[in-house]
Design a protein around this ligand. Structure first.
Ligand code: SAH
Ligand code: AVI
Length: 388
């Protein structure tokens, strides 16, 4: 029901066929929020009709995004040492830069995960013949096509739910999936998986295409969290995240988790400090996001990219090093922040796991591992987990 839609969420349905909407070159026409109209046949999602367009739920519309970014930046810039959360790398430029990273010779994780998925997608679809595939941190959803293909072959898939903070990339990817997979509905969720998991489509608290007319009966959900993005969360946040996800699960639901594995530190550092400088540009992009969205004046040339392996925490750390004494004015926050020469600000951790460590973390969150696969070189793992 619409009443189950969170107060911060706004919904819109729009035609997702490119060029079909006249004025809007994106092909997605968002309609103003009309709570009654978004409720089709008693469902709370806008009742997406297969093939008719993508449904969009926004937990991070402009005002929420601004407030969330402002709070994170204020906390991060006034902390000692300074730190910014990696989710803010991803505006349209950041997502584009990440996409370029995935094609770099040094950045092996995407290719390795693609290989594990290609080898095991049919097994995954047999183990969890899902009617709904939810993808957290979906980005371009490129590898996800392997899962969509396998689930469609299994004959049960009805809905794809990509979920990401970067609306532009999310909607473009959603449109492309819709075009490639006729008969499958796409419900895009603009949100933060650290805050909005309770509202996953099909959850008790979420805007669900519930059973009934126009809905997805006996919805069985596979939640894919690929790319190793879980490694970008701190250990305590990972635990909270996994428990929140477990709380949303019903019998039959499953998590497919992609994780990068511990390996030679030299390979790890090279993957995060490529010779073409793409990762450096990606790292600095967080400053561009703050400049644009919080009216700040960071000089991107004043910050050098740093990638370092931390063996104690088993993670790669990305930082921005101030190359000189400088200050930046974040006008939207009324905050002037001073950096000393060589002062470093952490922008990302990227944790590298062991197979046993992953199983233990899942178990601690009430998830039992039903299968685990790696590529032949043991670089990257996929773990399938179900409520214990
Ligand atoms: N899954 C893709 C993309 C990985 S890049 C792959 O495997 O290649 C990480 C993605 O997660 C980006 O698209 C980014 O926008 C998204 N993301 C990062 N933090 C997020 C958060 N807190 N909530 C939702 N999405 C997030
Ligand atoms: C999205 N995430 C898993 C990437 C990673 O490898 O930690 C982000 C990234 N950072 C630098 N390169 C890629």
């Amino acid at each position: 029901m619409t009443s189950r839609t969170p107060a911060t969420a706004r919904e819109a349905r729009g035609s997702a066929f490119a060029g079909a909407t006249g004025g809007d070159p994106s092909g997605i026409r968002d309609e103003p929020t009309r709570p009654k109209d978004t409720t089709a046949n008693g469902s709370g999602s806008g009742g997406s009709v297969p093939g008719a367009g993508i449904t969009v739920t926004r937990h991070l519309a402009a005002a929420e995004r601004h407030a969330s970014l402002a709070a994170d930046v204020r906390a991060g810039l006034t902390a000692n040492p300074r730190e910014l959360p990696p989710k803010w790398f991803y505006d349209a430029t950041g997502s584009l830069l990440f996409d370029r990273i995935t094609r770099l010779p040094e950045y092996y994780p995407t290719r390795r995960e693609h290989a594990v998925l290609a080898a095991n997608a049919a097994r995954i679809a047999t183990a969890c013949p899902a009617t709904t595939l939810i993808e957290l941190g979906s980005g371009t959803s490129e590898k996800t096509r392997l899962l969509l293909d396998a689930l469609r072959k299994a004959g049960v898939l009805r809905r794809f739910v990509p979920f990401d903070v970067d609306e532009e990339t999310l909607l473009r990817a959603g449109q492309e999936i819709l075009r490639s997979y006729p008969g499958i509905s796409v419900h895009a969720v603009v949100g933060d998986f650290e805050r909005h998991l309770a509202f996953l489509p099909g959850s008790a608290g979420g805007d669900s295409e519930s059973a009934g007319a126009g809905g997805v009966a006996a919805d069985r959900r596979l939640v894919a969290f690929l790319g190793g993005t879980i490694g970008n969360l701190r250990p305590e946040t990972r635990g909270t995240f996994l428990r929140a996800l477990r709380d949303q699960f019903r019998d039959g639901d499953a998590l497919l988790l992609g994780t990068d594995l511990v390996k030679d530190p030299a390979r790890l550092v090279a993957a995060y400090d490529d010779s073409a400088g793409v990762t450096a540009a990606f790292n600095r992009n967080v400053l561009s996001v703050i400049n644009r969205e919080l009216d700040a004046d960071f000089d991107l040339r004043g910050f050098a990219h740093v990638a370092a392996w931390d063996p104690e925490n088993s993670w790669i750390e990305m930082r921005l090093r101030s190359v000189r004494e400088q200050e930046a004015n974040v006008r939207a926050l009324g905050l002037v922040t001073r950096f000393g020469a060589d002062e470093q600000m952490r922008t990302e951790i990227s944790t590298k796991f062991t197979l046993e460590g992953i199983r233990a973390e899942l178990a601690a969150a009430g998830l039992g591992t039903s299968a685990q696969w790696t590529d032949p070189d043991g670089d990257f793992a996929l773990t399938l987990a179900v409520p214990a």
